[in-house]
Design a protein around this ligand. Structure first.
Ligand code: HPA
Length: 194
């Protein structure tokens, strides 16, 4: 996909995740997701790539709310939302290619405001390394349909640990554009090898 539907744009969760339903009907087995996010882990730098190892769903609505779709169980297991083997494959490719790669937990929030310093700190205390306004709904629906998931966050800004820097959409886009070739290189190679 080029872009996605975001909850903050006013789409409901069924609309946000509809493309995943279509992909499932088309027979896809693995979903590669990417996003721009704010880094809260003090080891992160702007432009870093973070392999998503897990997520925290902080959206106010759940994409599986309502009658259960027959693609999966009523109460789906989420222990390995992000496929461990694909993470290992990405690690070895990044190492081979000398690409700096971080790992962490992605917190999905509704936006559209970027976080206050107190919110970045709170999300970090809750266990997240990066925060963004997407991805979690699509991943939940993919897992409910037994689609494997691999995800990368581009760290486009930093927040929460005494970084009194303002965040703007333009800076986020600039950092994302700069990091994209590295992310694409890893994903292309993963597709070739799996
Ligand atoms: N917060 C939430 N969403 C984001 C951010 C952020 O700092 N950066 C890019 N998307």
């Amino acid at each position: 996909m080029e872009g996605r539907f975001h909850f903050y744009e006013g789409y409901n969760m069924k609309e946000v995740t509809f493309p995943i339903r279509v992909m499932h009907e088309l027979g896809i087995k693995t979903l590669f997701v990417s996003n721009a996010s704010g880094g809260m882990n003090p080891d992160f730098k702007i432009g870093d790539l973070m392999i998503i190892t897990d997520h925290i769903n902080f959206f106010p609505e759940h994409p599986l709310h309502g009658p259960n779709y027959p693609t999966g169980p009523r109460f789906p297991d989420m222990h390995e939302a992000y496929d461990h083997k694909l993470v290992e494959l990405a690690n070895s490719i990044a190492k081979e290619k000398g690409i700096r790669i971080m790992h962490g937990i992605y917190m999905g929030v509704q936006g559209p405001t970027f976080e206050t310093p107190a919110e970045y700190r709170m999300y970090h205390k809750l266990g997240a390394d990066a925060v963004g306004m997407s991805t979690v709904p699509e991943v939940i629906v993919a897992r409910h349909s037994d689609i494997k998931v691999f995800g990368i966050s581009v760290i486009t800004d930093l927040g929460g640990f005494d970084v009194p820097v303002k965040v703007s959409h333009e800076e986020v886009q600039e950092a994302a554009n700069a990091a994209q070739p590295r992310m694409t290189e890893i994903m292309r190679e993963m597709i070739k090898r799996s």
